[in-house]
Design a protein around this ligand. Sequence first.
Ligand SMILES: [Zn+2]
Length: 180
Amino acid sequence: MTKRASPPRPRTHDPRCAERIRVLKLAEAGDPPRPPAELLHTISAEIKTHCAHAPLKAYRLAYGWTVTGAVRALHAMCDEHGLGRSGLTKRSWLDWEAGNRPSRYNQDLLCRLFGTGPVQLGFARDYGDHGHHGTAEIAVPSPRAALASRDTLPAAGRPEESPAAVWEPPQPHGSLAEGF
Ligand SMILES: [Zn+2]
């Protein structure tokens, strides 16, 4: 597989910047001992925008994990849910943060770990309802055209064409007896 030339990345901020955002947001929320997922997702979105990190890295930093800590958390989750370890190492995690796409299985594990979806983690795109992908130019049959084409089909319900009209109940006498 050839690597696509990616556009130059904006300079990313030092992880300490992300930590500052995290601490600030948690403090604003009253330092909950178990921050709700929604709050952590908000923090990750802010880190992603502010610090220009890859989404996966932004999520990890929002959760306050080192790479080692994130890998450990993923393994713990696999153990807890009897998922079987994915053979994931610190190296593979770093590769993913650098832009390598995890396998479908690992994507699923990561989504589960962060309680989010592949779009949020940067593994997939969402083409829904944003209006900038030109879906209006895709030709779809209009309801009127569909109705018009239906008119050319044999009209349903006319006795001579209706299957119900030609079908007759089997005769009690006849073929069965003839066979013997
Ligand atoms: Zn920053």
